[in-house]
Design a protein around this ligand. Structure first.
Ligand code: ASP
Length: 471
């Protein structure tokens, strides 16, 4: 017999069906037993005798039975299949479950996070978590369709690569073929997407995984995150903002119809004005800050191109450099301010734009530098040594072969979901996030590797506080 899904049972009243799924809950009432059977579409009540009584919570079962309409007073309006129940005729245990380590029929917020992450595959059985991941998939699909329809090309860029500076520490990967040399995982596809503009694609996007070795924060998981990375050629900053705003406006209408955007078009505020008026360059502009259904998007623009280097943040320039880029080193200066690069770099505005939602900086981007001499000047101001400059020589070389003016943006997917769902942590939006101390969910990484593997890579590890041996 073909399988019927829980949600479809309401369409099969009076018919015999075969259901497969998990025992969500069980209630014994003397001679009769009720179970809620759960599958990917929801739950449905099954009623029967002895065979059901022996089942345990989270067992995987198969039930053949008759779909019956429940009498009016027994209808359960809380579930989609509340009008029916299945009279079990044959019950088969497909796989037994031992007791789960924590309840999965609650929202889970009150359970210690480390244990939820250790058993994430059980935590994801929780309807709230399953719903978030399904919503996430819908968001990504919407983005793909929207951009593909507008002539954007989805292109994958390398994960094993060279440093891609976004102001964080790199993760490095040792090379076996060239011992003593290392790849870096991309902090973002920034340089590749600019090279794709040199290649002539004009419109690129990618649902890109980015890796940054920086301390975890509530709005960023440790180690890796996902962003919608996009880049366009022959555009103004206004064009990029309009495209992004159209995308997110349509996305909200389609996937979050209950949410209301407080302003359309989104307000555009200069960074200085935002800090002066709201005390932050990612202000929460909702009228009612507790209203989860209100979406206050905004653009923050006119950032200074440089910030004073404090030494607190990790950066690439030599330690003595006075300036660090506010955004990254490829952001173009405002054309009216180029003359100030020599005189007073702190007064130069960058063509940077940040997308803000309900107090979160969801993403940022900019118009890029496309003139090699301006790029050289910026490298100088951020204190690049000769050898640091050489690391980016491929960009300067590429820019000598006809580079279109270009720019882009990269809204974070995890972070957008955090903001729009009003979740407590970005980890609630990711299937298998790292813990706040950088341990991976379920699998115990980072972990030690065997001596043969280290030998092959010609790597020696030293105990903390021990001096590395020479040779
Ligand atoms: N690469 C930037 C980032 O990851 C985004 C951009 O400038 O498009 O923040």
């Amino acid at each position: 017999m073909k399988r019927t899904l829980a949600r479809e049972t309401v369409l099969r009243i009076g018919k015999k069906v075969l259901l497969q799924g998990w025992v969500n809950t069980k209630r014994d009432h003397g001679k009769i037993t009720f179970i809620d059977l759960r599958d990917r579409t929801g739950i449905v009540q099954v009623v029967g005798g002895e065979a059901l009584r022996e089942l345990g919570s989270e067992d995987v079962i198969e039930v053949e039975g008759l779909v019956k309409k429940r009498p009016k007073n027994l209808v359960n309006p809380k579930i989609e299949t509340g009008e029916v129940e299945i009279g079990a005729q044959k019950v088969t245990l497909l796989n037994e479950s031992k007791g789960v380590p924590f309840p999965i029929d609650t929202d889970g917020h009150d359970i210690e996070e480390s244990i939820r992450l250790k058993y994430r595959y059980l935590d994801l059985r929780r309807p709230r978590m399953a719903k978030i991941l399904r919503t996430r998939a819908k968001v990504v699909k919407f983005i793909r369709d929207f951009l593909t329809d507008r002539d954007f090309v989805e292109i994958e860029t390398p994960i094993l690569t060279k440093t891609t500076p976004e102001g964080a520490r790199d993760f490095i990967v040792p090379s076996r073929l060239q011992p003593g040399k290392f790849y870096a995982l991309p902090q973002s596809p920034q340089q590749y997407k600019q090279l794709l503009m040199v290649a002539g694609f004009e419109r690129y996007f990618q649902i890109a995984r980015c890796f940054r070795d920086e301390d975890p924060r509530a709005d960023r998981a440790y180690g890796e995150f996902t962003q919608l990375d996009l880049e366009m050629s022959f555009v103004t900053q206004e064009d990029i903002l309009k495209m992004t705003e159209d995308l997110f406006t349509d996305l909200v209408k389609s996937i979050f119809p209950k949410k209301k955007m407080s302003k359309s078009p989104w307000p555009k505020i200069s960074q200085r004005e935002a800090v002066r008026k709201f005390g932050s360059d990612k202000p929460d502009l909702r009228k009612d800050k507790n209203n989860q259904d209100e979406l206050a998007f905004a653009w923050i623009v006119d950032f200074p191109l440089f910030k004073e280097q404090t030494g607190e943040e990790f950066f690439y320039g030599s330690g003595s450099a006075k300036f660090a880029p506010s955004h990254h080193m490829f952001t173009a200066p405002h054309p009216d301010d180029i003359k100030l690069l020599d005189k007073d770099p702190t007064k130069v505005r960058g063509l940077q734009h940040d997308m803000v939602l309900n107090g979160y900086e969801v993403g940022g981007g900019s118009i890029r530098i496309h003139q090699p001499e301006v790029q050289e000047k910026v490298f100088e101001l951020i204190g690049f040594t000769h050898s640091q400059k050489r690391q980016f020589e491929h960009m300067l070389t590429a820019f000598t072969y006809g580079v279109p003016p270009h720019g882009g943006i990269a809204p974070g997917i995890d972070r957008f979901l955090l903001a729009i769902l009003g979740e407590t942590s970005v980890r609630e939006t990711i299937a298998f996030p790292t813990t706040s101390s950088g341990q991976t969910a379920v699998m115990d990484a980072p972990s030690e590797v065997g001596p043969e593997q280290l030998e092959e890579l010609r790597i020696k590890t030293v105990k903390k506080n021990a001096k590395p041996s020479k040779g």
